[in-house]
Design a protein around this ligand. Structure first.
Ligand SMILES: *Cc1c(COP(=O)(O)O)cnc(C)c1O
Length: 364
């Protein structure tokens, strides 16, 4: 299904996936409402094919945006008005929290920060307009129960949006679990080649979808056709990439947990992870990111310098393994030695042997 999603019926001599369409304007005489294509900020056939593929994946109509943050901002924008309250995970993606504290607060929206672990957000819903979930969280990989929290939100009349970036729609489908919106940065594992920045929102209610499109048109947060086409091309290998990445990530997490220089290992696939049972229920597999603690900045830097195959780089979900000392960015409640490791599609033996020799370089 995913492999063919959004492809147009082939005609003889035609491509499987039509190339990107670069156009700011279209020949469209007379009444504009009589034309599907008029102006490049309103519609684009490359977006339409990609959004059709995302619809198949998500179980709801998708709207593509220029980046994950443009998608986050669109949901905030269509849901929240001055005087409203939004509950955000205290451990959610840092820029989402910054957008809330900078922009939402400045327009009179209160952002309540509550931890993901233990479904604590469900106990902070009084008077709330929007419950924002992120599971697993980035970078600490805490997990919450989407279905339970949707029910809690419903009983308080709150909407629910889930940032599904870490899992992707291949591993977890929040709309099918009752969420009103699913948001994702497609920069990460969904497209997986570290060559573009893109995002989307999907919803089942047609009025909400229309509002998301209007937001995109009015704010101009539109994706480029080239990025969208590359994303669509990359989607064909989504299951191959993620099956490999998730199985290698589980191996890596198990390996790390048995290494003496390593403190805590954070991976929902480990049976002692506090969210393991929930993750097992609501995810197909446990994702491509493994986080772990080397206690100090010096030790983390020794480890990163010792890697030869794995690159030191931010972001995650790509076919090439990467790792970084997350505290270099600030903003997360983590130790100076916290490593976020994104497991790629290399052979698992190569990844593990690179990690093992880098851990040998950690002294003191
Ligand atoms: C990266 C990320 C975003 C932002 O996406 P961009 O494509 O970088 O704008 C939002 N949420 C999560 C969980 C992310 O990891």
């Amino acid at each position: 299904m995913i492999l063919h999603a959004g492809y147009r019926p082939t005609r003889e001599g035609g491509p499987f996936l039509a190339g990107p369409q670069f156009s700011s304007t279209y020949t469209a005489p007379g009444d504009p409402s009589q034309h599907d294509l008029t102006y490049g900020r309103f519609q684009n056939p490359t977006w339409t094919a990609w959004e059709e593929a995302l619809r198949v994946l998500e179980g709801g109509q998708a709207v593509a945006y220029a980046s994950g943050m443009a998608a986050v901002a669109a949901v905030f924008g269509v849901c929240l008005r001055p005087g409203d309250v939004v509950v955000l995970p205290a451990d959610s993606y840092y820029t989402t929290r910054l957008l809330a504290s900078d922009w939402l607060n400045s327009i009179g929206v209160e952002a309540r920060l509550v931890p993901t672990r233990g479904d604590a957000q469900g106990r902070a819903l009084e008077g709330v307009r929007l419950l924002w979930l992120e599971t697993p969280t980035n970078p600490q990989l805490d997990v919450c129960d989407i279905q339970e929290l949707v029910q809690a939100a419903r009983s308080q009349g709150a909407l629910v949006a889930v940032d599904n970036t870490t899992a992707t729609a291949y591993l977890q489908q929040p709309l099918l679990l009752g969420a009103d919106y699913v948001v994702a940065s497609d920069t990460k594992a969904l497209t997986g080649h570290s060559d573009l920045v893109l995002g989307h929102v999907a919803a089942t209610d047609p009025e909400r979808v229309a509002a998301l499109r209007t937001w995109r048109t009015q704010h101009g947060s539109i994706p480029g056709p080239m990025e969208v086409w590359l994303a669509h091309r990359s989607l064909a290998t989504l299951s191959l990439r993620l099956d490999r990445q998730c199985s290698s990530a589980l191996k890596l997490a198990g390996f790390l947990a048995a290494q003496s220089p390593v403190g805590a290992v954070y991976y929902p696939g480990l049976s002692d992870h506090p969210g393991h049972a929930i993750a097992k229920r609501q995810m197909q597999a446990f994702g491509s990111v493994v986080s772990f603690d080397l206690a100090t900045r010096t030790r983390a830097e020794q480890f990163l310098r010792g890697l030869t195959l794995v690159r030191e780089a931010t972001s995650f979900g790509g076919v090439h393994s990467t790792a970084e000392r997350r505290a270099r960015w600030g903003g997360d409640a983590i130790s100076e030695g916290f490593i976020r490791f994104s497991v790629g599609c290399e052979s698992p033996e190569d990844i593990l042997s690179d990690v093992a020799s880098a851990l040998d370089r950690v002294v003191g």
